[in-house]
Every structure is written in C-alpha cells, then in structure tokens.
Design a protein around this ligand. Structure first.
Ligand code: GLN
Length: 354
C-alpha cells in the first residue's frame, strides 16, 4: 500500500505504508545517522512526538530483543526507512522490527529515499510532518509539547548501595538508571512533577534526566529545581543540562536540524581530549547567554562548536548535552558519571565511592 511523508514546506516523499491509516499521523521529523541502535532510538522517551528517519539504508537486521529498550514501549510517532529486514538474525532477537512496530501500532514507511528526506531536513530545518496514505498539506500543523507525557508517575527507589542519587525524571532513558546502579548507587527516581517528594529523600546527589521537547516547557519548575541543585552535587544529561542552563539564567536555542547519531565528536575544554558521543537533541545552550551566569562551558561539539556541557564556577554541578550513558553509541563518555561521583565524595569528605 502506498504511503507518503509530507513536510511542512510542501515536499512529499513516497514509500510503502505499513497499513491503511484512518487518520494522518503528525510529528516533528528528525533524522538519526547511526548504523545500529534503532531499538534504543524508537523506545527513547526523548523522541516522543517525533517521526524518525533512519539514514542508514538497512534497518532491523538484528531484530528487537528483551534487553535494549530505553522504556517499556515505542515512543516515536512514526518511522521512515529505506529497507527494513524481514528476517533478522541475532541470538537475542525475539521479534522482527516490523513485528515490533506493528505490535505497538507504530506507523512506518519503507522504500523511502531516506537520504533525500534527510537532505530536505538539512536544507530547511526540522519541521512538522505527516505520514498518510496520500500526500497531505500540513503547512499549518503545530508542534505539541511532550514533556508532561514522557515522565513516570511514581517515586521509586532502586538498589541499596551508595551514594544515594535522586534521578529527576523528565522522560528518562533506562540506561541512565542502569549506569547509576552498575556504579553501585541507590537511586530514587522522582518525576519532575513530584518535586515536593524531594524534601523526604535527602540524596547525596541529583541527576536531571533527558526528556522530549523544548526545555523551556519546564519553565514553571526552574525555581524549584535551582533551589534543589544549589545545595547538592548535580549532573544534568541532555534536557537536564539545558534545564540547568535555564535555571541559572542562561538561554537555549533550537538548532536547525539537531544532532542525532552515535559518532558526534566532543572536546573537553579542561583536558583538551576529544571523544565520540551518542547524541539526540534539537536544542542547545546559547553560549553567549552564559556570560550572565555562574556557568562555564566545559565541553563543545567539534563539528559545529556548539555547547556540549557546562560546569558551575563554584558549585559541584556538571552537565552534558551528549549521552554519557550511551545506548545507542559509544561508551567513551561514561567516565562523566565517575567525575560526578567524585564531586559527591568530596562534598561528603570521603575519598571515593567504589
Ligand atoms: N535527549 C534529550 O534529552 C533531548 C533534549 C531536548 N528535548 C532536545 O531535543 O534538545
């Protein structure tokens, strides 16, 4: 069955539809350049409300497994591929990608010239788009804020180790929780809408998670977040990093087409080291706005020089626009969690956590 993805600027791209849809499906269209990692991308809550174009021509060749999801179900609004493997091959695979997407009713197109779509997004910027069985005029569709749909509802504690981390959930990836537990921490996940619970938690450190949408959607929570992180070692990841910048008086801007992939080079201003990172973001901290704040640039993107992380001038606060928890992508930046744990130990006056 014929399917189309229509962009807001009027461009349309044809492919094979996964089924006949009752209604057109809207979303913000973005592209991901990694060769692998489709399961993590599709289930990452930061992609909520987005239609993801996979630029690598063959997707789904190792299937979908029980271990690699970043949340309990797919989060994307739609998927655009050139080829999607019918017969995956991997010892862990339990479903083909098509079976998985169909199981959760996620609309997808195959047979689309994904590189042409990517060129269109690169030329005109990220925009709203529509998937349907016919070309659609979507010039007046508007982006819908997703932050309130992506985070969990309950305050939950995992593990029994140390330090005790409060992980503020804006739509968190399971990998952030997994890395913290792997490093021995006890983690209390606190939905960002339940910050009042923090008064009974007394964590040794705070992690602000990733999440979907515009960081400015969290503006009503900034005062409370600043109050919490002012007195606690803090690590912000992706949306969490952007929220730290906003909380301390900085600004965020929208990139033309975002960074999404598994090989984005980042330079550490402190050490001069360059390392490869996993990324997924539309927004960045406006470097010029940092002069008005007590934050300084700690990392930057080697490709476009944009801000990739911050450190507070006096307080134990660190942040990364990239994903130190990887998944998908390289684990080269996992040491950032160790640096964060060191900030906690210094604050507590002990040598280091295991
Ligand atoms: N992965 C994330 O946390 C993404 C942050 C934010 N939604 C952005 O697109 O920039």
């Amino acid at each position: 069955m014929q399917g189309y993805v229509s962009l807001q600027d009027g461009q349309q791209f044809a492919g094979e539809a996964s089924k006949e849809w009752e209604h057109p499906i809207e979303g913000e269209i973005v592209f991901f350049t990694g060769m692998t990692g489709y399961q993590e991308v599709i289930t990452d809550p930061s992609y909520r409300g987005q239609i993801v174009v996979f630029t690598y021509p063959l997707i789904g060749n190792y299937g979908v497994n029980e271990d690699d999801s970043e949340s309990v179900k797919p989060q994307v609004s739609g998927v655009i591929m050139l080829h999607c493997a019918e017969f995956p091959s991997h010892y862990k695979s339990t479903l083909s990608l098509k079976e998985y997407l169909n199981k959760y009713n996620v609309p997808y197109l195959t047979g689309v010239d994904t590189r042409e779509v990517t060129k269109a997004i690169r030329q005109n910027g990220t925009s709203q788009a529509v998937i349907a069985n016919q070309p659609v005029d979507c010039s007046d569709t508007e982006m819908v804020g997703q932050m309130f749909q992506a985070s969990g509802d309950e305050v939950e504690t995992h593990g029994s180790g140390s330090p005790h981390i409060a992980l503020i959930d804006f739509g968190l990836k399971q990998s952030i929780l997994s890395v913290l537990l792997k490093k021995g921490a006890r983690v209390t996940v606190v939905p960002f809408t339940k910050l009042k619970a923090m008064k009974d938690i007394h964590p040794d450190g705070i992690v602000l998670s990733n999440g979907p949408g515009n960081p400015k959607d969290a503006e009503h929570f900034l005062k409370e977040i600043k109050h919490l992180i002012d007195s606690s070692p803090t690590l912000g990841i992706c949306l969490g990093h952007q929220i730290i910048a906003l909380a301390y008086g900085g600004n965020t801007l929208k990139l033309s087409f975002g960074h999404r992939g598994a090989n984005h080079p980042v330079k550490d201003v402190d050490t001069g080291r360059v390392f490869l990172t996993s990324q997924n973001h539309n927004y960045v901290v406006d470097e010029g706005s940092l002069v008005l704040t007590d934050l300084q640039k700690r990392f930057y993107n080697v490709n476009d020089q944009s801000v990739e992380g911050l450190a507070h001038k006096d307080k134990p606060i660190l942040s990364a626009q990239f994903h130190p928890e990887a998944n998908p992508g390289p684990e080269d930046a996992e040491w950032l969690f160790d640096d964060f744990f060191s900030l906690i130990s210094v604050k507590k006056g002990v040598k280091a956590y295991a």
